[in-house]
Design a binder for this molecule. Structure first.
Ligand SMILES: [Zn+2]
Ligand SMILES: [Zn+2]
Length: 251
């Protein structure tokens, strides 16, 4: 019952992504080897600049998420030397990046859906795992379990939401969610891992409250606020409604 969306790290295996990308542009996108070469060359330069700016260790291929990819590109474009070189070089860097971004988001797969992605299947290199260190605020697994039991194994958004019977409990499967995210703990002097800040959600509502569009998340959060504001205040978290929305939705 851990909060999957709070696990922080995604790091690509750069060599494999590079290989997939180059096979992709030749075998799926079917570019001539000349234009494939140009894209690769553009991307190589992009990697070089990213490395110089400390955004990557070696290459763009190690960036693990679209958000980080966009962040790195934004930083690069803000660099005048880079954008001047891009302009004078017929936007070779931009077109290399755009092609790679489309590959990374899956847009190109979609565009060429008639082409079989199975063409890319082959054994890929297995890299040694890396050790990752990060700060993790303590949160109790027992309190998560209790939260779900306290809600009588129902979803606090709507008790009629249906899931499936969990093998571990023999009861409907639900997940515990921290209303004010634990990642904001640094802003507060008392613990966010308190009963008042925990609710039980069905898996769909749980994904939605983390990943849904802002307006729908706001509706969910407003209901939770009305329900929990007094209990949260007793634990030291006193907010007006708008302040609470901004905090939880992320401004
Ligand atoms: Zn959650
Ligand atoms: Zn639900």
């Amino acid at each position: 019952m851990q909060d999957l969306t709070e696990i922080p790290v995604a790091i690509s295996s750069p060599e494999n992504i590079r290989e997939y990308f180059s096979r992709y542009i030749l075998e799926v996108k079917k570019l001539s080897s000349g234009s494939a070469y140009n894209y690769q060359r553009g991307l190589k330069k992009v990697s070089h600049f990213m490395k110089e700016m400390g955004l990557v260790e070696e290459s763009i291929y190690e960036i693990g998420t679209i958000e980080e990819l966009d962040f790195a590109w934004k930083r690069l474009k803000a660099d005048s030397q880079f954008s001047d070189m891009d302009k004078s070089g017929h936007r070779m860097f931009s077109s290399g990046f755009n092609c790679y971004r489309k590959f990374a988001t899956g847009e190109l797969f979609h565009e060429y859906s008639s082409v079989d992605v199975k063409n890319l299947d082959k054994p890929m290199k297995l890299e040694t795992p890396i050790k990752v260190e990060y700060k993790l605020w303590k949160r109790s697994g027992i309190m998560r379990t209790q939260t779900v039991a306290l809600a009588n194994f129902t979803c606090d958004i709507d008790h009629s939401h249906d899931t499936f019977i969990a093998a571990s409990t023999g009861h409907p499967y639900m997940e515990a969610h921290h209303i004010i995210p634990i990642k904001l703990q640094e802003r507060f002097s008392s613990s966010l891992d308190v009963y008042a800040n925990l609710i039980s959600l069905c898996p769909l509502c749980h994904r939605k409250i983390h990943l849904g569009i802002r307006e729908e998340r706001r509706l969910m959060i407003d209901g939770i606020y009305e329900n929990r504001k007094d209990r949260l205040a007793k634990c030291g978290f006193v907010f007006g409604k708008e302040e609470f929305e901004d905090l939880v939705l992320g401004v």
